[in-house]
Design a protein around this ligand. Structure first.
Ligand code: SF4
Length: 236
């Protein structure tokens, strides 16, 4: 796959994204990713939290060898790192691991231990938002696994939209999917999933900020539980 000839004018990209969001609202996830890979070529990547490899799997069907960007915050569960390693070993994708500028030890030395308990927004800004911002710099478009049914804050996620914060096209090919759709795709294609999803976790993030779900909670309720925070800033 070579670099597609695509405008670098952000006004044109924004218009393109918004038009595609309307045109592809009823398209399948694979069709959305085929559009994205044909339009952006190797300036397109998938980001994955390694909760599951569904979007990476779909994208590799659209473009074998597609870049899959994983953000290693230094606070992940072993199971998440293991899922990343398994994806790298068995799937036809190019896994790229981003890391923050500081290790956890360096951050502890400068800001004190457990910054995630005292100022999670600052911790996320340094360990997630900035590394992703820097890691995505060379891409025109990125795909996420956001779904409208995950939480009220994600209910209006477009299948293709404009990411104003990063000034890039943001593709959410499974935005319209339900958990049942994800489960069916995983079963049909034998897609790798994080073992924590069958161990009581509804959503998997950094270990200090993730707990198992209680009965009846929505999938993301175990993230930053007990705090007003619901998102890490990657999707705001
Ligand atoms: Fe820090 Fe928690 Fe954000 Fe991870 S999720 S970067 S540990 S505040």
């Amino acid at each position: 796959m070579t670099t597609a000839h695509i405008t670098s004018d952000t006004d044109e990209l924004k218009a393109l994204a918004e038009q595609a969001g309307r045109d592809l609202e009823d398209a399948s996830a694979l069709e959305i990713l085929q559009w994205a890979t044909e339009t952006f070529g190797n300036t397109f990547c998938v980001t994955s939290s390694m909760e599951d490899a569904v979007v990476a799997h779909l994208a590799s069907r659209a473009m074998p060898g597609v870049d899959v960007v994983f953000l290693d915050t230094g606070y992940h569960f072993e199971e998440t790192i293991g899922t990343r390693d398994a994806v790298e070993a068995v799937m036809d994708v190019n896994v790229i691991t981003l890391t923050p500028r500081q290790t956890v030890a360096e951050q502890d030395a400068e800001f004190g231990p457990k910054l995630h308990d005292r100022d999670p927004d600052l911790c996320c800004a340094m360990r997630k938002v900035r590394p992703l911002q820097e890691g995505l710099a060379g891409y025109t478009a990125w795909a996420t696994g956001l779904r409208r049914d995950e939480s009220p804050t994600r209910a209006n996620t477009p299948v293709v939209g404009w990411d104003e914060k990063r000034r890039k096209v943001k593709v959410s090919p499974i935005a319209r999917w339900t958990q049942d759709d994800v489960d069916a795709y995983v079963a049909e294609h034998g897609v790798l999933t994080n073992p924590l999803l069958t161990d009581g976790y509804g959503s998997v993030g950094c270990a200090p900020c993730t707990r198992r779900l209680l009965e009846g909670e929505d999938a993301r309720a175990g993230r930053w539980a007990g705090r007003a925070k619901t998102e890490c800033g990657l999707h705001g």
